[in-house]
Ligand binder design. Structure first.
Ligand code: AMP
Ligand code: FES
Ligand code: ZN
Length: 301
């Protein structure tokens, strides 16, 4: 197999792009896809102060490295969830990564914040993942707003986005369908959120991380039974195998035609937000979700 561009030996085949690349041309292709994704939807500019949420997985580390290489002003943010089986390994990978490349890093420690996830799980008696997601989003937003970052970036890729879109579509969840996309503008006290990897797949990101020598964090969260949307992702794998390019067409078509239609119908009834009476975080209730979790933890058994 030869590289489509320079005829050297190819190491990555991409049927959806009708191409195969040698390492050097692949890295160039990858950078151009990310750049195109950023420009196409006005995700951010070189003037933005970008906070990159780093989980320790390959996607977010690859994102940080690539944005740094492209000249964006990036700072890492890691939320240490305080899960003994997985958090120390994740934090270690993030700290070593930022040290190696000289990236500034902010760590928010859930043990110090009084919100260790194992304790939250023991107290709540409902699936921990949604509470955990809520806590992470809270600290992403709070850190971005309090420390003057203009954009918050996460490592979601095309496969994540398409799986989420499929899930939202299967339920015809018009509120989510009017909101989903690579950029969520700042409003109501929330930081602007972007997904600069929306044009690249998990496979492409994994190849990028491998070719760039990024150390990976392998300890999965002990509370989740696997990657989110794993059934939908494997369905898409099969579909894409039979019909290369379908995944991007579906997502692109949604952004161009589906989302605007849902935005029309959803405009009227969005929630009115006001600051949480305890912590000031924007919420549609009087007390925000995280303050309510704190209250539950403070109650005696
Ligand atoms: P996930 O929902 O685990 O697939 O993560 C999606 C994205 O959220 C990652 O690519 C990161 O950008 C961010 N993220 C997830 N967990 C953390 C964490 N503990 N600390 C910082 N960022 C995170
Ligand atoms: Fe939040 Fe596992 S990472 S519950
Ligand atoms: Zn609050």
């Amino acid at each position: 197999m030869k590289c489509t561009r320079c005829k050297a030996t190819a190491v990555v085949a991409l049927p959806s792009h009708n191409a195969a690349f040698c390492p050097e041309c692949f890295l160039d292709f990858f950078s151009k896809q990310v750049d195109k994704g950023i420009r196409e939807h006005g995700l951010m500019t070189k003037q933005d102060r970008v906070l990159v949420a780093l989980s320790g997985g390959k996607d977010s580390l690859a994102l940080m490295l690539e944005l740094g290489r492209q000249g964006y002003d990036v700072t890492g943010l890691h939320v240490d969830l305080g899960i003994p089986e997985s958090s120390p390994a994740a934090r270690g990978v993030v700290e070593r990564f930022c040290e190696k490349y000289g990236f500034p890093l902010i760590v928010r420690d859930m043990v110090k914040e009084g919100l260790p996830i194992p304790e939250v799980k023991a107290k709540l008696r409902r699936p921990i993942c949604s509470a955990c997601g809520k806590i992470k989003r809270y600290f992403f937003n709070q850190t971005a707003r309090e420390q003057g970052f203009t954009v918050l970036a996460t490592g979601h890729n095309l496969d994540d986005e398409v799986a989420r879109l499929t899930s939202n579509t299967l339920r015809w969840d018009s509120a989510y369908l009017s909101d989903q996309g690579p950029v969520l503008e700042d409003e109501d006290g929330f930081a602007k959120k972007v997904k600069p990897f929306w044009r690249v797949t998990e496979f492409e990101t994994a190849n990028y991380a491998f070719l760039m020598g990024i150390e990976n964090h392998y300890a999965p969260c002990p509370y989740s039974s696997g990657a989110s949307f794993s059934t939908l992702k494997s369905l898409w794998l099969e579909l894409e195998d039979k019909m290369p390019g379908r995944k991007m067409d579906f997502y692109h078509g949604f952004l161009e035609r589906g989302k605007p239609a849902f935005q029309q119908t959803e405009k009227q009834d969005s929630d009115i937000l006001s600051p949480c009476t305890r912590c000031g975080y924007p919420t549609s209730a009087e007390v925000c979700g995280v303050c309510r979790i704190r209250e539950a933890l403070a109650e005696r058994d």
